[in-house]
Design a protein around this ligand. Structure first.
Ligand code: GUN
Ligand code: ZN
Length: 458
C-alpha cells in the first residue's frame, strides 16, 4: 500500500490570504518529491492526500496538504474549487515534441530516414509561411493543454518565424515552454538548409528575443548529427557557452541505419553519442531524444555529464526504432524524461505515452510501475529539462500548473475504476485506458487554461 504523507511543508505564513489573491482546489492530490525507482510500493518519493487541498497564491503553490488541516487557514472569501473524487497532479511535461509535425502525425510506413524524407521535411518546408506557422502553433499549444501537458520542450523548424509563432502562442496562454529553431547545414532539402554561420546568427537573435522572457526558454536545436557539419556542431557549443542557461535539444541513436550513417559521417568518433561529446554538447541542460542504440560507455557519459535523455515510446514503436532500456538508464543515474515526439510519436497524450512506455518495458523484461510512470510524466521530465525548481511538483513556491484527472471520463474507465482497490491500481488504469478525455481541467499558474475545456472543468 502507498503511504499517505502527513504534510508538505506548508509555508511559515499559515494564512495564505495574507499576501495576494488566493484560490484553493480540493480533491485527491498526488505529487512526487523524488524518483520512486523500480520499487513497487515506494514511500517517501511522493505525497498523496486522499482528501487534499492545493492552495495557490499569485499563481504559485502556497500550500498542499490534507483538506482537514488547510481549510481552516483560508480566509472566508477564498474560492475553493471542488474536484472531490478526481485526482489533482502537477501538469504533464513533454520532454520532446515537434510542433510542425502535428500535421503529419500517423503517417503510414517507413523507418526513420525514409519517414523524414517522405513526411517530415516536406511538412516543415511549409513553415516558411508565417501565417501557416501561427495557425499551427496555436493548434499545437491548445492540443498540449487539452492533453494536460503544461510544459514542453519543442522543436520548431529552421525558420525563425516558426519559433516566434510558437513562443507567441505559449506566451498568450501564460504557458511555460522551451523551444528552438532547427539547425541543418547538410543532408536535407535545400530550402531547409542554411550555412552554419547563418544558423548561429539566427539562433543568437532568437535567444536575445525570447530566452528568459516570462515563462519561455530557448534550446539550441541541431536536428541530429547527420544534418550538421563539424562547423555547425562547433557553433552550437559556442552558442551554449555564450548564453548560460540556454538548453540544447537533439536526437541520438534512435535507429540502426541512422546510427550507421552517423558513424560513417564521423569516423573518428567512437559512437553516435561520442560525436556530440567531442563537440562539447553532452552537458547539463542538454536533452537527447531516444538513445536506444547506445552502450554502457555512452550511458555513463550521459550520466557523468549530467545530460538528459527523452524516452519517446510511441515514436519508438511507430517508427520501429527499438526498445529504450529504462532500467539501464536508471542504474547509471542518467536523467530521463518522457516525450511524445509527435509526429513520429502517435499521441499528444502523456497518458497514452505511459501506456506505450509500459509495453516497451514489458518487452525488455522490465517493469514500469505506475509510480515511476507518473513521476516520469511530471517531475522526471521537469528534471530532464532542468526546470524542477519551477514546475513538476507541488512544493510550496512552485508554479501552480496542474491537471485534474477524471476517473469516470469514459464508461470503460469508470467501470475499471470501480474495481480498483488502491491508488496504484487507479493510476495504472488512467495510464492504460486514459487519454485527453480523462483530462477534466488544466490550470496554468492557478488559472483555468485552454479554450477546449469541457463544460464543468472549473
Ligand atoms: N531524427 C532527426 N529528426 C527527427 C525527427 O524529426 N523525428 C524523429 N523521431 N527523429 C529524428
Ligand atoms: Zn524527435
Amino acid at each position: 500500500m502507498w503511504s499517505e504523507a502527513g504534510g508538505a511543508g506548508a509555508p511559515a505564513d499559515r494564512r495564505p490570504g495574507a499576501a495576494g489573491p488566493v484560490t484553493a482546489f480540493r480533491g485527491s492530490i498526488l505529487h512526487f518529491l523524488d524518483d520512486p525507482g523500480e520499487i513497487r510500493e515506494p514511500t517517501g518519493a511522493f505525497e498523496y492526500f486522499e482528501d487534499g487541498l492545493l492552495v495557490v497564491r499569485d499563481g504559485r503553490v502556497a500550500a498542499v496538504g490534507h483538506a482537514s488541516a488547510l481549510l481552516s487557514t483560508l480566509g472566508p472569501d477564498t474560492p475553493v474549487a471542488d474536484h472531490s473524487g478526481r485526482l489533482i497532479l502537477p501538469g504533464f511535461v513533454d520532454a520532446h515534441v515537434h510542433f510542425p509535425q502535428t500535421d503529419i502525425i500517423g503517417s503510414y510506413g517507413g523507418e526513420l530516414l525514409e519517414w523524414l524524407e517522405r513526411y517530415a521535411f516536406p511538412c516543415e518546408t511549409r513553415f516558411a509561411n508565417a501565417d501557416h506557422a501561427r495557425e499551427a502553433a496555436g493548434f499545437f499549444v491548445d492540443e498540449l493543454l487539452a492533453n494536460g501537458t503544461t510544459t514542453a520542450m519543442v522543436f520548431a523548424t529552421v525558420h525563425p518565424g516558426s519559433v516566434d509563432a510558437l513562443f507567441e502562442a505559449a506566451r498568450d496562454r501564460r504557458m511555460r515552454l522551451v523551444a528552438g529553431k532547427l539547425l541543418m547545414d547538410r543532408n536535407c532539402p535545400e530550402d531547409l538548409r542554411e550555412p552554419a554561420g547563418a544558423g548561429y546568427e539566427a539562433s543568437a537573435e532568437l535567444i536575445a528575443r525570447w530566452h528568459g522572457r516570462e515563462r519561455l526558454g530557448y534550446a539550441v536545436t541541431p536536428r541530429f548529427a547527420a544534418t550538421s557539419t563539424d562547423e555547425q556542431l562547433r557553433l552550437a557549443a559556442r552558442l551554449l557557452d555564450e548564453h548560460p542557461g540556454v538548453g540544447l535539444q537533439t536526437h541520438a541513436a534512435e535507429n540502426r541505419a541512422e546510427d550507421r550513417w552517423v558513424r560513417a559521417l564521423f569516423p573518428w568518433c567512437r559512437s553516435y553519442v561520442d560525436v556530440y561529446d567531442r563537440f562539447g554538447l553532452v552537458r547539463p541542460g542538454a536533452v537527447y531524444a531516444h538513445c536506444i542504440h547506445i552502450d554502457e560507455v555512452d550511458r555513463q557519459r550521459l550520466a557523468a555529464r549530467d545530460a538528459a535523455v527523452a524516452f519517446c515510446p510511441t515514436s519508438n514503436l511507430f517508427l520501429g526504432s527499438g526498445l529504450f532500456d529504462l532500467s539501464a538508464a536508471q542504474r547509471v543515474g542518467v536523467r530521463v524524461g518522457l516525450g511524445t515526439d509527435v509526429g513520429g510519436g502517435t499521441s499528444f497524450s502523456m497518458l497514452q505515452t505511459l501506456n506505450e512506455a509500459y509495453k516497451v518495458a514489458q518487452l525488455g523484461a522490465e517493469t514500469l510501475t505506475p509510480w515511476r510512470a507518473f513521476y516520469l510524466a511530471t517531475l522526471g521530465s521537469a528534471r530532464a529539462l532542468g526546470l524542477e525548481g519551477a514546475i513538476g511538483s507541488f512544493r510550496p513556491g512552485r508554479e501552480a500548473d496542474f491537471v485534474v484527472l477524471d476517473p469516470e471520463a469514459t464508461p470503460l474507465l469508470a467501470r475499471r475504476m470501480a474495481r480498483a482497490t488502491s491508488l496504484a491500481e487507479r493510476l495504472f488504469a488512467w495510464m492504460i485506458l486514459g487519454d485527453d478525455r480523462a483530462v477534466r481541467a488544466v490550470h496554468l499558474l492557478g488559472r483555468l487554461a485552454g479554450p477546449r475545456l469541457r463544460e464543468g472543468g472549473a
